[in-house]
Design a protein around this ligand. Structure first.
Ligand SMILES: [Zn+2]
Length: 389
């Protein structure tokens, strides 16, 4: 059985696209050379206004549509083995069978701006074509669908853009014998053998150069080395390990260090002070998202939402509630201190714990403590109105 991997543009695929409304089937593409729905395939099920729309939105957003499988039926004829739902959705959109929403407005293919039409038409699909006997094809199809480990995105890209650049890049990034892999693994998630470290390196560099991984690989396909990629990647890692001079915390693994490098590498940091703050924040019980600590510090400790601050745990709340309620009962007032000073029916109301929320007297970002001394229970209505101020 012979197989080949190639990229075919959407413009070519939908050339001569025929859709049979009565049977709900995409019939032909590639100017009559592609049978989209061979008899043994299930019917088109994406025409629900969601899955078909999602296919088009993915293309416009630049997401990969995944691998498509063709069978070479001989005499220049191809059949879709896997991917007919995606191809039919694209064909139906390009031929005006349904609309998508762009910036809140319904748009058919012909009403899209020319640049967006081109984005769709020029987009390429990754096609794996095989030829062989029917038994071989069935066997192979079963393998790729069930037993086989599907190729991941970078493995496919390496296949598509194979050449000196991929060879050189793999020698650096998928070489587990390279002693640097251990250091990299502290900051980058993924299996070097499955090209996942290479993928992260390419993503970082492509983002810095405002391009995409596949465009970068296409441009550098015949480059004799991957020096630029290696230099950029090691610059990012060296920067991280210089700013955060500590044995890397496990939460540092897999962060968007490329983006953080681009944003902050020109800012000076006192690495000793940084280290002390990381340790303090990691042991602060109010910080519920340790992975946000690094960006929080890099950004000058301004965006506490990165840390998912939760000040009071249930025990602290219950303690504050019980103290306030006991005192309120003694004084004959509401256990919500704001209701107690009001001139309405709730002035003497005793709320249950469920009807109240914790309010911090001093905000966490202003040094407020996380214990009962800084916790005041308010009725839900008052807590909400206070929170909105
Ligand atoms: Zn109240």
């Amino acid at each position: 059985m012979k197989t080949s991997l190639e990229q075919i543009s959407i413009a070519e695929i939908v050339e001569g696209f025929v859709y049979n409304e009565a049977e709900g089937k995409g019939l032909y593409g590639l100017n009559g050379h592609l049978t989209i729905q061979p008899e043994y395939q299930r019917n088109y099920i994406y025409g629900d206004g969601k899955k078909d729309v999602a296919v088009i939105e993915s293309i416009l957003a630049g997401y990969p549509l995944g691998l498509i499988y063709f069978n070479d039926a001989g005499d220049g004829q191809l059949e879709v083995l896997d991917g007919q739902q995606r191809i039919t959705s694209i064909g139906r959109f390009v031929t005006g069978k349904f609309a998508i929403k762009v910036d809140g407005r319904e748009q058919t293919f012909s009403s899209l701006a020319p640049a967006q039409q081109d984005l769709i038409r020029d987009n390429t699909l990754l096609i794996y074509t095989s030829s062989g006997t029917e038994a071989e094809i069935k066997q192979w199809f079963q393998t790729i669908n069930i037993a086989g480990v599907p190729l991941n995105e970078q493995e496919l890209l390496n296949a598509v853009y194979s050449g000196p650049f991929v060879t050189a890049a793999k020698a650096v990034f998928s070489n587990s014998a390279d002693s640097r892999q251990q250091k990299w693994a502290a900051y980058v998630k993924g299996d070097p053998k499955r090209q996942e470290v290479l993928h992260v390196a390419l993503e970082w560099l492509a983002a810095a150069k405002k391009t995409t991984v596949s465009a970068y690989m296409a441009d550098h396909r015949h480059a004799p080395s991957a020096k630029e990629l290696e230099t950029y990647f090691t610059s990012v890692i060296d920067w991280v390990s210089t700013v955060f001079k500590r044995i890397p915390d496990k939460e540092m693994r897999g962060l968007e260090w490329g983006r953080l490098y681009e944003t902050y590498h020109l800012t000076p940091y006192d690495s000793r002070a940084v280290d002390i703050r990381v340790t303090e924040l990691r042991s602060d019980p109010a910080v519920h998202k340790a992975s946000g600590i690094y960006e929080y510090i890099l950004g000058g400790e301004k965006r506490s939402e990165l840390l998912d601050i939760r000040i009071f745990d249930d025990k602290v709340k219950r303690t504050a509630y019980e103290q306030q309620t006991a005192q309120a009962k003694e004084e004959g007032t509401s256990n919500c201190p704001l209701c107690a000073v009001g001139a309405n029916n709730n002035r003497t109301r005793i709320y249950t714990l469920k009807e109240m929320d914790a309010d911090h007297v001093t905000a966490w970002s202003h040094g407020g403590a996380t214990d009962a001394t800084n916790c005041e229970m308010l009725c839900v209505a008052h807590n909400r109105s206070k929170g909105n101020r």
